[in-house]
Design a protein around this ligand. Sequence first.
Ligand code: SF4
Length: 299
Amino acid sequence: MSGDICLLCPRKCGVDRSVKRGYCSVGDAVRLGRAALHFWEEPILAGKRGSGAVFFSGCSLKCVYCQNFSLSGGEGIDISTERLADIFKELEDQGADNIDLVTGSHFIPEIAKALRIYKPRVPVVFNCGGYELTEALKMLEGLVDIYMPDFKYSDNALAARYSSAPDYPEIAAKAVEEMKRQVGETCVAEDGLMKRGLLVRHLVLPGAVANSKKVLDILVSLIDKEKDYISLMSQYIPFGRAKEFAEINRRLKPLEYKAVVAHAEKLGFKNAFIQMSDSAEEEYIPDFNGQGVLTKEEK
Ligand code: SF4
């Protein structure tokens, strides 16, 4: 993208990323924090072998409660798109059930290029924040098998307060619509793993049950509640700058989570992952130490 201005995501910074970083904190080279097998995604995605998770540096959302602040702030190792394609192959050779592209929305053109160099035989999962423009997602058409977006907010004021993105609800709704258009009907194979489709995640925030319920109201109109999957996450921990926001500087109360789960049941979602609240442990956060990013020769 050298010489071009970046308008890839809703931030539309208009910077030339070959000389300056945008809101997402990265330049025009693909930058990763880690590429390794990962065993903590929902069981429909990965069995015993794990996901081949590629953790991209930078983020266009930068939520105040981010649990990966160093990574979202841009720490990582620069690689070429050819190396990214090799990483997909290496993870597949390690036995990954899928290639799980984590928070790579600000590298969509480079990801599309790498997937054209090497399209893995296992499903490619685009695991993202839900803050993507339809035009950007179209670049991934035919290359991504499973979309796994977050749908964080239905409340514009909360989206502004915690992610500086007051337009998040409208952008996320359009993004999910485009993802659904691309993947069609969700398909789960006999081995119990999703081969194609949509899984939408929602992290329930403290003091924001109404936001969560309305997210579900929006989702029920966008996705197939009989076939597509949702995951209601209860593991909120006040990371990052959350201590500056008194109302979210605590864990989620079981009653708050139960109210959201009850609403999902009332709406009739057939495929919903529900979490036990005691699964909120820091050990689920991988070490972004550059594992798997460089070749042996480059280290
Ligand atoms: S991808 Fe990054 S530089 Fe481009 S518009 Fe979004 S935040 Fe700005």
